[in-house]
Design a protein. Sequence first.
Length: 271
Amino acid sequence: MLASVILLSMIELIDTHSHLVYEPLAGDIENVLARSREAGVAGWINVGTDPEHNQKAVDMACKFENMYAAIGVHPHYADQLNGEIVTELKQLAANEKVIAIGETGLDFHYNLSKKSEQRRTFEAHLHIAREMNLPVIIHTREAFDDTMEILDNFIRLNGNLKGVVFHCYSETAERARIILDYGFYASFTGVVTFKNADTIRKAAQVVPVERMMIETDCPYMSPEPMRKQKVNEPALMIHMAKYLAELKNMELEDFAAAVTQTSKSFFDLPL
């Protein structure tokens, strides 16, 4: 036990995609963060998905050291985006604790918003990100080709974005090579530890640690062996870090240092 505690004290991880403003995490945030630090996760990016949660994410980030916010309108709510919300996003993005735009993108699995509205909203976020000089966090589900088409067209017409990361990467190794060719990044969740996640594991083997980040996407998708724990939290990220380190044939400390440096560089984090 003592050796395990000493080992974790040597590890520094950043949860690059969490929803700490969601319950039950928000109501127990002090304890959630304390457990996170004990597990070697000492930095968090708190991601908003709609106007209400964007404001909450920024407010929470301003309250806690080493916590930052990303703001955007999730594709599920794409039909809500209007000029007023775009203005709000730009105003919030001026806060020094806001380090990314998103999550934004396309979700053709649920189609809770019309595809045309999702495309419109996605493009609007890319313009905001370029104007504010911030990286973009991409959500894509059953919409990879459309997502890449929009990104490719935007970059050809407007120039490169500061950075692009595909969060909760769940595509193939072949598609991972495509985003790597564009200079994009991939972020992996606890899903990579699931027994039926061979496709994602193959993709993780393709993505070098210099382009890889890890995240919980909490409170969802607890990793093995904690999958039965219905509420995911940053402290559980150590399990996916151990798993990916083994997959990469790296020592845990080396893997953690590498993905943390990637995260710091991508988001310009002063941690």
